[in-house]
Design a protein around this ligand. Structure first.
Ligand code: GLN
Length: 565
């Protein structure tokens, strides 16, 4: 399952101090002496992948964006997913990883989460191009008669639609400003049938633009043989496959557990016609947020600036200061889930990391299987998190974990389904409503019921309550203290809500609904408990390294206290 996670190859366990020290040196060395110049037209950086999936192409793309953003370029990013689904919303997270939710409510590939976290931007549905969306547009145009008289074909009609979609996304203003550089990550591996029209569109785009306006980066695997020697053959083959499609890479990023040495770089350079300075080693580092530092140290920024004729600017150091912060403590958080696959909860994992880092605390995550949960596993962790989810599998285990947290005083954070189950648990055990359920999981007293606007919904794709909604936080509550304001905007993805019929009785039994949106319950908490907070919204989607999500920070601080006792 590890190859599901594009980040997984970048993430072994511990933090390496010597690495951080040398990276600090490297940043200090680059940080001087260049002029600034405006970019007068949009530049494209296209990232393709070779050899196999799961190389960390998404993290590499996000990191390339980061090193340019550190130089004050306005960077945007587009992910191409060559599948026929319109979006990721209907896909099984156990196969494709988390469904990430954007502010505009689109359900997208998890790489967009990486772009948002690395680049600190808010993307839109335009920024995730899928074969499904492209074909839908082409077919709609055909039905309208836009191509009247023509035979509609992959070339030029589909490829034109792809190019138009890329440009539309690239030019979309972020924070009111037109981007200067657009990263375009082509999902899948070069050679896949699915990605062919997209690579053809890139080939055409390259021909249409001046050479300094588009750079092609190929991310490939450089494995090690049993003797510990690095092997270049897979790279040679994947570059050959790219060339057969009329695409010559300008830069090759080599992924592997070990850095690519100069001799191997020279070999790749001579076989693939890329200067050895443009063969960039991206070896596995302890933390994904250190990847930009690796690329920086390898001189990628210089190579890119030269190719794109961009002014070489000194990088800002704020990102590096955040990601190189040393840990002084540690907490262990148990995440109760039915999947046991980290990729399904990548935003939660990152949000915990952001919150921990802001308090110099390393967060160790213990994945607890909701279907075989034992109380002693819960006793071993410093805090319990019940994440979002769908369906009845594993529900009893999650309810047990919530009960344990409520009774033992261990910090608890519930998210979306975790919030709904916290209400069910309270109703069952504190109000004595043994038949309390969520309508989603069975029959009984429906304390969680279908949202009124969901009654007429039959189609599954894009029909939940989705995206950003203003949420009001009640005065004098934990959640209000954590956010430090009365109104926040958070992202949603659900069909069910707390049944208004039961709110009064549940509240009078002691569970406080501390946040609402248009009369809907958005958060609950238990006054008197050390930290018992659950939200209907998903705070994990808006957490960033430099601005961790307040509920996560509160949870981590409570875990630290719990551990210290
Ligand atoms: N299944 C629940 C609902 O649809 C919760 C969804 C979630 O956790 N994202 O309301």
């Amino acid at each position: 399952m590890r190859d599901l996670n594009p980040a997984s190859l970048f993430v072994p366990e511990a933090t390496s101090k010597p690495l951080i020290f040398s990276l600090k040196l490297c940043i200090n060395m680059i940080g001087s002496g260049y002029d600034h110049q405006r970019v007068d037209r949009l530049k494209y950086i296209v990232v393709t992948g070779g050899v196999m999936s799961g190389l960390g192409k998404g993290i590499t793309t996000a990191s390339i964006g980061r090193i340019l953003k550190n130089r004050r370029y306005r960077v945007t990013a587009v992910k191409i997913d060559p599948y026929l689904n319109i979006d990721a919303g209907t896909m099984n997270p156990a196969q494709h990883g988390e469904v990430f939710v954007l502010s505009d409510g689109s359900e997208v590939d998890l790489d967009l989460g990486n772009y948002e976290r690395f680049l600190d931007i808010n993307l839109t549905s335009l920024h995730n191009i899928t074969t499904g969306k492209v074909y839908r547009n082409v077919i709609e145009k055909e039905r309208r008669g836009d191509y009247l008289g023509s035979t509609v074909q992959i070339i030029p009609h589909v490829t034109d639609e792809i190019k138009a979609s890329i440009k539309r996304a690239a030019m979309h203003r972020l924070n009111g400003e037109v981007p200067e550089i657009c990263l375009v990550e082509v999902g899948g591996t070069v050679g896949d049938i699915e990605s062919m029209p997209f690579l053809e569109a890139v080939r055409q785009l390259r021909g249409e633009l001046p050479p300094e306006d588009l750079v092609l980066i190929h991310v490939t695997l450089v494995p090690m043989d049993t003797m510990g020697e690095l092997k270049t053959k897979p790279t040679q083959h994947s570059v050959k496959a790219l060339r057969e499609l009329g695409l010559q890479p300008d830069i090759i990023v080599t992924r592997g557990v070990k850095p690519t040495d100069p001799a191997t770089k020279r070999k790749i350079s001579s076989f693939c016609d890329v200067p050895s300075s443009a063969v960039i080693s991206a070896a596995t580092v302890p933390d994904i947020y250190q990847v930009p530092l690796e690329l920086e140290r390898e001189g990628l920024a210089d190579v890119l600036c030269e190719k794109l004729r961009l002014e070489r600017r000194a990088p800002e150091s704020s990102w590096y200061e955040i990601v190189m912060k040393e840990y002084t403590g540690q907490v262990k958080v148990g995440i109760v889930s039915k999947y046991g696959i980290e990729d399904v909860y990548i935003s939660i994992k990152e949000a915990l990391k952001h919150a921990g880092r802001s308090r110099s605390v390393q967060v160790e995550i213990k994945w607890l299987d909701a279907e075989s949960l034992e109380e002693k596993e819960l006793a071993e962790v410093d805090g319990i998190l019940v994440p979002g989810g769908f369906g009845s599998r594993g529900v009893e285990g999650k309810l047990e974990a919530i009960r344990y947290a409520r009774e033992s005083g261990k910090p608890f954070l519930g998210l979306c389904f975790g919030f709904q189950l916290a209400v069910v648990e309270y109703a069952r055990n504190m109000l004595g409503w043994k038949d309390a359920v969520s309508e989603e999981i069975g029959d009984g007293r429906k304390v969680i019921a279908l949202l009124p606007e969901q009654h007429r919904v039959t189609a599954m794709g894009g029909t939940m309550r989705l995206g950003i909604q203003p949420v009001e936080l009640k005065e004098g509550t934990l959640i209000r203290r954590l956010y430090g304001k009365a109104k926040v905007e958070e992202r949603h993805r659900h069909r069910y809500e707390v049944n208004p019929e039961y709110i009064r009785e549940i509240e009078s039994a002691g569970l406080e609904f501390s946040a609402t949106a248009n009369g809907r319950m958005e958060a609950c908490e238990l006054p008197g408990h050390r930290f018992f907070l659950a939200t209907q919204f998903h705070p994990e989607f808006t957490s960033r390294p430099a601005s961790p999500s307040p509920p996560f920070v509160g949870f981590i601080v409570a875990c630290m206290k719990c551990r210290g006792e």
